[in-house]
Design a binder for this molecule. Structure first.
Ligand SMILES: [Zn+2]
Length: 386
């Protein structure tokens, strides 16, 4: 018996590539979405409006997996400008979504878990505050709870991202005009007794507590809380992220001074944390369809800058094989956490040229600010179409 096992052990030791990966997963996309070519409008005209899209946890392997599953096509590939952003935060190499969101929202590298608060403890203004200060309309659209780290970095200030009630308590004073997301359970039955839906209405928001109810809302300041917690996966929630984004664009673009809108595919990260490949792929492809709607809108509205990026990479995810023609992937997760690799940045439209190169995640804030400041000092271009 020993004489039989010894050669086998030697083969396994000498040729580790023959060993099957223990946690390799397979996914086949049955129904790919049709991807069209979207022409970039003039890049060199003043920026009136900015749409920042964040795929939470979406690294290059995630994007490559989505590209393979969708038969070698993604809407995001219509972006002619690419860059790479470094995601480290002030006290750790591997950031969380709070410090990474704060970096992009405020231009400051801060400590793990902080939302729009600097390492010394002061509150920071976000791109929502800055754009509102320039007379622009502003919006935040996410598929997670509104108290989650990314939307909180744009709409609240807190030393602790886990202070869900405290973060939702900041929303009436946020300068976001169009808000869509989940987390309804933190708006009522709160330990402090506040009714946040009532407070938001008192601040002039039209409030809907479901996506269905949102159809009846008049134009103007809008709060849509579409779920008690995070929104369910796309297979259960439907085309809501894309539709909410189009509703937000219609609403915000009424302002002749333009707008700033942040759209997040929030649950790519959450599925990756749990190593749920199928759910993660669903979220990635849903985010790409939403990117398609955003790029199409921007293509018809010169003066709009679209930036698509991630806050960090999640799951040490690796695309290890597959078949582009069959829409099949094999992949592995190496962890249930974030990791420290740089993330891609894609840009499209007015001012997109500034996003080429290798830079810090805080430079995304700086580049957007420069584009908006330059744009406000020059006349807005005429829009065509709707
Ligand atoms: Zn994140």
């Amino acid at each position: 018996m020993i004489s039989l096992l010894r050669p086998l052990a030697c083969i396994l030791l000498l040729a580790p590539s023959l060993l099957p990966a223990a946690d390799s997963q397979r996914f086949v996309l049955e129904r790919p979405h049709q991807v069209t070519e979207i022409p970039e409008p003039d890049r060199n005209i003043p920026v009136t409006s900015v749409i920042l899209m964040i795929g939470d946890g979406m690294g290059l392997h995630h994007l490559s997996a989505a590209w393979t599953a969708n038969r070698g096509h993604l809407f995001m590939e219509n972006c002619p400008v690419t860059g790479i952003a470094k995601t480290w935060c002030a006290d750790k190499l591997v950031t969380d979504s709070a410090a990474a969101g704060t970096a992009m929202a405020t231009g400051t590298k801060t400590l793990y878990k902080r939302v729009a608060v600097c390492p010394q403890g002061s509150k920071l203004d976000s791109l929502v505050d800055k754009a509102a200060g320039m007379g622009k309309s502003t919006g935040v659209i996410v598929t997670c709870e509104l108290n989650d780290a990314t939307p909180a970095s744009f709409c609240a200030n807190n030393k602790n991202r886990s202070d869900s009630y405290g973060i939702i308590g900041d929303y009436p004073h946020s300068r976001a005009d169009f808000i869509f997301g989940g987390g309804g359970k933190y708006f009522t039955q709160r330990p402090d007794g506040r009714d946040m839906f009532r407070e938001m209405a008192a601040q002039g928001y039209h409030v809907a507590r479901s996506w269905e109810d949102a159809a009846a809302l008049p134009p103007g300041k809008t709060l849509i809380v579409a779920a008690p917690g995070n929104l369910p996966p796309p297979s259960a929630r439907g085309d809501v992220l894309r539709q909410a984004t189009l509703k937000g664009l219609e609403n915000l673009s009424r302002n002749p001074n333009g707008f700033f809108l942040m759209v997040e595919g929030s649950n790519i990260d959450k599925a990756a944390h749990r190593n749920k490949l199928e759910e993660m792929m669903e979220e990635l492809l849903d985010f790409d369809r939403t990117a398609g709607a955003v790029l199409d809108w921007a293509s018809r509205h010169p003066g709009t800058l679209v930036v698509i990026t991630a806050d960090h990479n999640t799951g040490a995810f690796a695309l290890t094989g597959g078949d582009r023609e069959k829409g099949e992937i094999t992949a592995q997760f190496g962890s249930g956490n974030h990791d420290g690799v740089m993330v891609p940045v894609y840009a499209f439209g007015a001012g997109s040229g500034a996003f080429t190169g290798i830079y810090e995640n805080t430079d995304i804030f700086r580049k957007i600010m420069e584009a908006m400041e330059k744009g406000t000092s020059q006349p807005a271009p005429a829009h065509r179409g709707s």
